[in-house]
Design a protein around this ligand. Structure first.
Ligand SMILES: [Zn+2]
Length: 105
């Protein structure tokens, strides 16, 4: 029963404990292993989210540096290939600050 509750996450852990408190055949060992499983799962989730936080922080930092570079320095357009069709650019062409260039048509 505990394994099923844990795997399917049918009830929040506090409600499970609350229900077991009024049950006469629930054993302390079962409750303990259920709670340990819940805590292990939460710990694993926290670790995964910590990794995501670090990844997003690094991406945000890189984007901020890119924005600062665009705001404070000259951007030189050197592209001679269109980013859409990969053919040589000819006038008129459109250049974006992200360094992508396209045929105007
Ligand atoms: Zn093109």
């Amino acid at each position: 029963m505990f394994y099923f509750l844990e795997r399917e996450r049918l009830l929040p852990p506090l409600l499970v404990i609350d229900a077991l408190a009024s049950s006469s055949n629930a054993r302390l060992g079962d409750v303990r292993s259920y709670l340990l499983g819940v805590l292990r799962a939460e710990e694993e989730l926290t670790k995964q989210e910590q990794v995501l936080i670090e990844k997003y922080s690094a991406e945000t930092k890189a984007i901020r540096q890119q924005i600062r570079a665009i705001e404070t320095s000259n951007v030189i357009f050197r592209a001679n290939l269109c980013n859409a069709c990969n053919q040589h650019l000819e006038l008129p062409s459109v250049h974006f600050l992200c360094q992508h260039s396209f045929h105007q048509q």
